[in-house]
Design a protein. Structure first.
Length: 287
């Protein structure tokens, strides 16, 4: 039986049903999910109570999983392919305002694409809801980099094609004043260079590739390059290019990092617990 796909009116973002991610999926199901992801950029599965084993098995269909540097990960998390996007510490307690990992994670409030500081970068991310706040659970917002690129005049597109951008985790964390990186991370995460404009392999459409990890334009004065990136990010994340995901318990959310930006939204993280489990599959080749 084919999957049921329920896209938004704009086509950016879609709900998927007719599949059970707590059980092994078939090649045919994977191919349908891959097509839906390519078509819609962001997809979600409701009421999907997966565990780490299910989530890792699912992400491996889409490419080799990313193993992260041990930087500000929850110490209770032993799987190198997972990251806790949570406001709890290694003992399961809500982190204080002064907690170092809370400081580090504040950068997720900026528009970004996962692992663009790596080479090769992430292609697909899966985020599962394990614990949500009882009230006012924060949304996750996405912006369509294909639609944003296509909205530019041809003359502006011509000016931007061929530019190369330096990405680094140090650039994104500097935005919140975080600089305390360990030596392992500094060795594993040197800055990476990526084209500002890429062609999305699944759809053949061109798109921006930027976000909070994007530091500056290679070969330009740094301030001039940062100003251009800020201008383009503001343009590309206008409400008309967005999909806003309203979380429900046991949601599994998935997106194509090569053609989207996303950001988390603030909530009362000193009162309510939120625990999301992150993993991603990287691209097969450097870009």
């Amino acid at each position: 039986m084919p999957l049921k796909i329920d896209p938004t009116p704009s086509g950016f973002g879609a709900g998927i049903s007719g599949i059970d991610l707590t059980r092994p999926i078939t090649r045919e199901q994977y191919e349908e999910v891959e097509r839906a992801l390519s078509d819609h950029g962001v997809i979600y599965f409701r009421n999907m109570p997966i565990d780490d084993e299910h989530q890792e098995a699912f992400i491996r269909w889409f490419g080799p999983p990313n193993a992260l540097a041990k930087q500000m990960s929850n110490a209770a998390n032993k799987n190198p392919y997972f990251y806790d996007v949570s406001n709890t510490d290694e003992n399961g307690n809500i982190m204080t305002e002064e907690h170092e990992r809370r400081h580090y994670l504040q950068a997720n409030l900026f528009w970004h694409t996962d692992m663009s500081m790596r080479q090769p970068p992430a292609r697909v991310t899966v985020l599962s809801a394990r614990v949500l706040p009882e009230v006012d659970a924060p949304n996750t917002e996405f912006a369509d980099m294909r639609a944003a690129w296509e909205a530019l005049p041809a003359s502006r597109q011509k000016e931007l094609e061929g530019l190369v951008v330096e990405h680094s985790v140090y650039a994104s964390r500097a935005k919140v004043g975080y600089t305390n990186f360990n030596e392992e991370t500094r060795k594993l995460l040197p800055p990476a260079h990526h084209p500002l404009v890429r062609t999305h392999p699944g759809s053949g459409r061109k798109c921006f590739y930027m976000g909070a990890h994007a530091s500056h334009i290679v070969g330009w004065p740094e301030e001039k390059g940062r100003a251009l990136l800020e201008e383009l990010t503001e343009f590309a994340t206008q409400p008309k290019f967005r999909y806003v995901h309203v979380w429900q318990p046991r949601d599994v959310l998935m997106w194509d990092d090569s053609c989207t930006l996303h950001r988390s939204r603030p909530f009362d993280d000193q009162k309510y617990r939120r625990e999301l489990r992150w993993c991603s599959a990287r691209e097969l080749e450097a870009v």
